[in-house]
Design a protein around this ligand. Structure first.
Ligand code: LLP
Length: 384
């Protein structure tokens, strides 16, 4: 990603900033488009991963839909030009205003996560004299084998409709006069690298479909969510996920009904590798048993290491001296403010330029102004 020419240009800018490689994003989108078309699958980009305007524009230009988890994300998707008919809206805590906004704007589907939410959507759409398109987000009770904070399909997680509530919904379908149940939705977690997990999901979905066969519902689509992981350890060797291998699992193991279209909601896989956080070394200091590299970026720009012990590859772009082992940390007043511990880097000095890789997903969107820090800027590859 970083040629000497690019490093020289990046080095002229004040840090910290997010650097987005739009060419890499294009190549990713092309690969995803080819793969999804080959399998006849529809992909909705999960806005929560990155809502940068230029990134969203590119994604929309490729004809992908949008997956949103707040009214503001739905609004953003509409503003950027995603057709309403390609927008889906999930989330366990949709407010009345968010539901009304989604219904008014004729989005493709509200992905409903509980019995009570279904009752509220029904009542609100009745007041609006409408019939709301709804998919049921079901909790499949399945372990995604990823970090506990980003697993969502276990029975103990707050997401999706539980088996218990599903029984009451199915028994009382006649009550929901202002709802059209058009599909089923599942999302079991994020950064899933073991594709067999998705095969297990297919088996659960097949069993659920058999159960639904007894009810008078026209389920026109199955939405299998997102979650496809990326290679944080080798961003240059594996800049684009293996979408074919991912889709193939579903083609082999999922048994959709003849009329059903298959949808996915990918976030991380699409945008993670095109972003890097570029930072400068403010100080290097000796600790008792370690050397600290203190950067001018911190957990305020990338919280993943602090929150999930997420690994991000760290590179010194301006030194090629023999390496040493460092703890790479930020300036924020928290011991959780680190990017990596025991990291091998070439001899690092004050002023060196550091790249933290694979930051395009869940980087900038999770930034905060803690310690009253300035928001980091964005620099795009075609502006440099
Ligand atoms: N659909 C739904 C309903 C979701 O909740 C999510 C992510 C996605 C799709 C997209 O998942 P992806 O393809 O990006 O894995 N901040 C965490 C990740 C949280 C994911 C939340 N939901 C992290 O930095 O690892």
């Amino acid at each position: 990603m970083f040629t000497s020419d690019l490093i020289e240009k990046l080095n002229q800018h004040s840090t910290p900033f997010y650097y987005y490689d739009l060419d890499l994003l294009e190549r990713n989108l092309q690969t995803l488009q080819e793969a999804s078309q080959a399998y006849g699958y529809k992909v909705h980009y999960a806005l929560k991963a990155n809502v940068d305007e230029r990134i969203l524009q590119r994604i929309r230009e490729y004809g992908f839909g949008a997956d949103c988890v707040s009214g503001n994300e739905v609004r953003k998707a509409l503003e950027v030009g995603f057709p309403a008919s390609d927008i889906v809206f999930a989330g366990v805590g949709k407010t009345d205003q968010e539901i009304q906004f989604a219904i008014r704007n004729n989005i493709h589907s509200l992905n409903c996560e509980s019995l009570q939410e279904l009752e509220v959507i029904n009542a609100l759409s009745q007041q609006m004299n409408r019939v709301a398109p709804v998919s049921l987000r079901l909790n499949p009770g399945l372990d995604a084998r990823t970090h506990q904070y980003i697993t969502t399909g276990l029975e103990g997680n707050k997401f999706g409709i539980s088996q218990v509530e599903l029984e009451s919904i199915l028994k009382n379908l006649h009550q929901f006069t202002h709802i059209n149940i058009i599909g089923l939705h599942f999302h079991i977690g994020s950064q899933i690298t073991d594709l067999e997990v998705f095969r297990e999901l297919c088996q659960v979905v097949n069993a659920i479909q058999e159960k639904f066969a007894a009810y008078p519902l026209q389920l026109s689509h199955l939405n299998l969510g997102g979650g496809l992981g990326i290679d944080y350890y080798h961003p240059d060797e594996n800049p684009i996920p293996d979408y074919h291998a991912f889709f193939q699992v579903f083609q082999e193991s999922l048994k959709p009904l003849p009329q059903q279209t298959i949808h996915f909601e990918l976030g991380r896989a699409v945008v993670a590798q095109c972003g890097a956080l570029i930072s400068r070394v403010t100080y290097v200091k000796r600790g008792l048993n370690t050397r600290f590299v203190i950067l001018d970026a911190g957990m305020t720009e990338l919280i993943r290491p602090a929150l999930y012990h997420g690994y991000h590859k760290i590179q010194n772009l301006t030194s090629s001296e023999p390496s040493r082992v460092y703890d790479v940390v930020g300036p924020v007043c928290e011991s959780a403010d680190f990017f990596g511990k025991g990291v091998e880097l070439p001899e690092t000095r004050r002023g060196d330029l550091i790249a933290i890789r694979s930051v395009g997903a869940y980087g900038q969107v999770m930034a905060s102004r803690y310690n009253l820090r300035d928001p980091a800027r964005v620099i795009y590859s075609d502006q440099i």
